[in-house]
Design a protein around this ligand. Structure first.
Ligand code: PRX
Length: 663
């Protein structure tokens, strides 16, 4: 259906012009955690020794003696004879070091309720929850699905699962019942932890009913035995006796005595599903020791974290990898104090984020370009009403940040002085791979710039040859890294085919990139059929299969079209069945609305197409392959590219006329 591996040809290589640079301020450099440029070459000389040193900053119940086992590529094992407890590294270790009274989480609920949770309190709650989960039969090796709002119990649930050596599979709360069920089935989760609902955009958004629907699909019969429900929204919910349990009722029976057991470094920590080039999401498996090492090390270095004084805030939802690595594991392993906010940036108004920064004195702020562009649209007069002088480091993640947004971010949020770290990484990489280091790197707006110490990434041609400075190609990681994906859950072959088949023992990231004259990396977007909408990863194939599941749809093609605010937007082209009666092709607006709703119900609101065009034919090659590249040109209002390989060259003319008529 889709290209398994993209090609460079399908990709526009833009040459940035007249790049302005921003060296670190002397005062910042002087105080930075990393300010010796020698770190890069020392790590490059012996990356394994470098990572072993970083790993030893964690607490191991059994120290490792072996660093990397790459004897069976691409299946890496890091620190494999060592044992540790990931949750104890994030909690008990800090309490034992006398830091129990330090605030771990400043929680801000969307309606305005707040909670301050110290490391001692968080540790206590996780221990109780671990005891509760044990009583529910959770033990090492099991999988627990988590479908929750952004509240402290979500962190408690994840850490309690990790503490027992089980693996969590967090499913973003915006996903539909179908998506949730597919993830539960794939991981064979026996327990689901959810909430009645959470607050979003000023109202309660229900979650438990979606779990009920998910478990009822296909006549029930899932792997799930219990559903543990946190009370948050206070919304009315249905109850299945014998299956459903209230968290607050169950937990009262358990105290805070719980000794953490050490588990092997390669024990699974979590599965996180992400979109690939086919319709079926991939269960990205991360394990314990290597993952935590790189999440913690990069969190400290890239954000220049000073746990004693900084207040850190990452706005990502825990349902994504950024939430896993830079809300939960990285910051807590480092003993950071952080803000956790439940709701959306515009509730009750666009001043909300800035008021939170002012209130808690946030000093490190990490968000996505799409959010920055949305705030730019609203205007600088909003953040200018707040005191943001506590900010000293800004981060960006999820998609390339356009230089205009970069400058606005630095000027308006960072007082014209805060370094911006543009961090490139993926669900699969587990932690930051390419990013400036704020005390060392002369910043270039729009470029993620340098592989982290100990990381070897570069740009190669289709044939796998390094392209050299000033050239574009495909981004690869040349050596295994500690927080790398270990496999696709239950599908080793797909793991090999997706990331390793193209370049042998080098990891193919799926991104196009360019090296500038200084060797800095500029990310140019995906070269496969994966879209990036508001920093969220979506698969064209997944949306296409959702569309053809609608009885009225015969065929569909989906593209990610450039969008000023969301980076890319989903645009679908659909052929209706000739015999269908459900949708009226004569009334395209109604048909479009019905199909948008259908996609949202099938996958989740994030996948809802911006536009759907009902067409009579799709552009295909003589061998029947849909040429999405041409549809993307049309959706973006561009000159249509080369149509000579099409079976019928008129098709594109008709389609682009149709799109133009709507613009
Ligand atoms: O295309 C790259 C883009 O997001 C993809 C990974 O998506 P996901 O696994 O959902 O993880 C997002 C958060 C880490 C990448 O293949 N991407 C991520 N960060 C950047 C980026 N593109 C350019 N610049 C970035 N800083």
């Amino acid at each position: 259906m889709s290209d398994q591996h993209g090609t460079i040809e399908s990709h526009p290589l833009q040459q940035p012009e007249g790049v302005e640079t921003f060296p670190p301020a002397d005062a910042f450099r002087a105080q930075a955690n990393v300010n010796d440029p020698g770190v890069y070459w020392r790590a490059a000389e012996d990356p394994e020794a470098y990572w072993a040193e970083r790993a030893r900053q964690l607490a191991w119940s059994k120290p490792f003696t072996e660093i990397l086992d790459w004897s069976n590529p691409p299946f890496a094992k890091w620190f494999q004879d060592g044992e540790l407890n990931v949750a104890a590294n994030c909690l008990d270790r800090h309490v034992a070091a006398g830091l129990g009274e330090r605030v771990a989480i400043h929680f801000e609920g969307e309606p305005g309720d707040t909670r301050t949770i110290t490391y001692a309190e968080l540790t206590h709650e996780v221990k109780r929850a671990a005891n509760m989960l044990t009583s529910l039969g959770v033990s090492a090796g099991d999988r627990v699905a988590i479908y929750m709002p952004m509240i402290p119990e979500t962190v408690v649930a994840m850490l309690a699962v990790a503490r027992l050596g089980a693996a969590h599979s967090v499913v973003f709360g915006g996903f539909s019942a179908e998506s949730l069920r597919a993830r539960i089935d794939d991981a064979q989760a026996e327990l689901v932890i959810t909430a009645d609902g959470g607050y979003r955009k000023g109202r309660v958004s229900a979650l438990k009913p979606t779990v009920d629907d998910a478990l009822a699909l296909g006549g029930g019969g899932s792997s799930v035995r219990r559903v543990l429900v946190v009370e948050r929204g206070g919304n009315e919910i249905a109850w299945t006796e014998g299956r459903d349990l209230w968290w607050h009722e169950e937990i009262t029976a358990f105290d805070g005595d719980h000794s953490p057991q050490g588990f092997p470094a390669e024990n699974p920590l979590f599965i996180l599903y992400t979109s690939g080039t086919t319709g079926k999401p991939k269960g990205i498996l991360h394990t314990s020791g290597g993952y935590l090492t790189q999440a913690a090390a990069t969190h400290r270095d890239v954000f220049d974290l000073k746990p004693e004084t900084d207040v850190y805030w990452c706005t990502a939802d825990i349902g994504w990898i950024t939430g896993h690595s830079y809300v939960v594991y990285g910051p807590l392993a480092n003993g950071a104090t952080q803000v956790m906010y439940e709701g959306t940036p515009e509730t009750p108004d666009w001043g909300r984020w800035w008021s939170i920064i002012q209130k808690y004195g946030v000093s490190i702020f990490y968000t996505a370009p799409t959010a920055i562009r949305a705030c730019m649209k609203v205007g600088r007069q909003v953040p200018e009403q707040y005191d943001l002088s506590s900010i000293r480091v800004l981060g960006s993640v999820g998609e390339p940040i356009n230089p205009e947004a970069w400058r606005w971010y630095r000027e308006v949020i960072g007082a014209g002085t805060a370094p911006i770290v543009d961090t490139w990484w993926q669900t699969e990489t587990g932690a930051i791979m390419i990013s400036p280091l704020p005390g060392l790197t002369t910043l270039k707006p729009g470029s993620a710039q340098v592989p982290q110490p100990g990381i070897s990434a570069t740009v190669v041609s289709e044939e796998g040859e390094p392209v050299g400075n000033g050239q574009g190609g495909l981004l690869v990681v040349q050596r295994p890294w500690p927080s790398m994906v270990r496999t696709i859950w239950g599908d080793d072959q797909r793991f090999i085919d997706t990331y390793w088949a193209k370049f042998g023992d080098r990891y193919f990231a799926g991104d196009g990139a360019r090296l500038d004259e200084d060797g800095d990396v500029w990310l140019l977007g995906r070269v496969d059929d994966v879209m990036n909408v508001s920093g969220h990863r979506l698969s064209t194939a997944e949306i296409e299969s959702a569309l053809v599941e609608h009885h009225a749809v015969a065929e569909s093609a989906v593209v990610g079209a450039d969008d000023e605010t969301t980076g890319q937007a989903v645009v679908a082209f659909v052929i209706l069945k000739s015999q269908q009666t459900l949708l009226d092709a004569e009334d395209p607006d109604a048909a479009e609305a019905a199909l948008k709703k259908h996609v949202a119900a099938q996958i989740g609101a994030i996948a809802r197409p911006r536009q759907i065009f009902i067409v009579a034919e799709l552009p295909k090659t003589r061998s029947g392959k849909i040429m999405r590249r041409l549809l993307k040109d049309a959706a973006e209002g561009k000159e249509i590219g080369d149509t000579t390989t099409l079976a019928d060259t008129m098709v594109m003319q008709t389609i682009s006329d149709r799109v133009r008529a709507e613009r």
